[in-house]
Design a protein around this ligand. Sequence first.
Ligand code: AHR
Length: 506
Amino acid sequence: MSPVQATVIVNADIPGPVISRHLYGHFAEHLGRCIYGGFWVGEDSDVPHIGGIRRDVVEALRELAVPNLRWPGGCFADEYHWRDGVGPREQRPSMVNTNWGNVEENNHFGSHEFMELCDLLGAEPYVNGNVGTGTVREMSEWVEYLTREGSSPMVELRRANGREQPWRVPFWGLGNEPWGGGGRMRAQTYADLARQYALYCKDHNGNVLYRIAAGASEDDVAWTEALMRAVDELGRGPFPALPFEAISVHYYTIGGTWTDKGSATVFDDEGYWRTIAAAQHIEPLLRQHVAVMDRYDPQRRVGLVLDEWGTWWDVEPGTNPGFLYQQNTMRDALVASLHLDVFHRLAERLTMANIAQTVNVLQAMLLTDPETGALVRTPTFHVFEMSKVHQDAVRVPLHVRAPQAVHDGPSGELPTVSASASVAGGSCHVSLTNTDLERSVEVELELRGAAPTRLSGRVLAPGSVRAFNSAEHPEQVAPAPLEVVATATGCRFTLPPHSYAVVEAS
Ligand code: AHR
């Protein structure tokens, strides 16, 4: 099949906004085998660990430069009472995880363990508070417990539990999905509650909070509007104040329907294109929310946070339906790379994003085998590893000239090539995705405003879009060098079908 011809033009000398590293954030919920068996094996485990936290998981995630980690949920956050998760482990009360499999939660992984994990990863903690079944006082005291120094009731409790110094915890979520499992609230009711909860989450000793109000499901812009009105009204009052610093939104890529999502690994070409179309929908969806925010807040004082995103398939056959364990193919990797391009394009307003979820749940970076303990890096892991060069880099303009891919059925017309670029430390990095299933793309990359002397590239391009990594075949999908040829105006290279590449010019 003849290759597609594409021209990609990058203006490396026209700086845009910084692509916050927090757009590469992650999410770990008490759900299935994400915390227990994923991160936490306990101090008595034979699996190599650091104080109960799996060593290989930490080492693998450090390859991604994880900027922040959201915890303890998700839905679980609205039933979580933090005091049950501090103090001697054997004395911690247990609870039922009603959201995820009705299993017993022994609270062995709590605040101290989470902070230790963040330290090991070099990630900033994002703690999601409980609005659904908690109280304003409970969240306020959690902030005090974790971040205050000196002397106070919560500081004394923390000390008694073995930690002298406070931690730095910048990110706080004010509940989760309050329109659904987080309280079944109306937008206005929640907007008032978010202002109240946020007011009592204080900055202690220079720990400046970034408080994130729980936002819309998908394209529910009316929810975003209710929250922005709540911001606007306070800004106009006698004592103008910003009630919270950000608003979240959740969007999952569903290739089928919510009741029949389809298999992660067994899909036909139409299933592939439906998924790519669903992934591409993230851009118009986020732009709708941005438009509402721009109307109320043209100075962009309030950030937009996509703190749950990724693919959601039927669970792997034979696994607990409440544990959301799914495999991860090259199709998932492309969903991730398409999202990251959109995040770069929206970097002016989008301040954070968290893919769901880090280990063993939904679109995970890592899978651990419950029998053998083996650790597997997923294709999505490799996209995050290859694209980490964009973290905190400066976005530069990029234009793609390539034919659209036309498909019968609901997917319609979709771009064959998605791309974005940034500059940092004298290097320009260009990310490129070829969505075509059969045709490679010959790319002519024009680098304007740069005179590189070194060119290189890496590509993720397994033979099949259905390829995945497993304990038996951990390297089915792994990055390889990309041949990049210098030209008078930049360089040229070929993107294989269904592939993701990062080109570096320095
Ligand atoms: O990520 C799984 C679940 O999806 C989260 O707990 C919830 O917030 C969302 O509905």
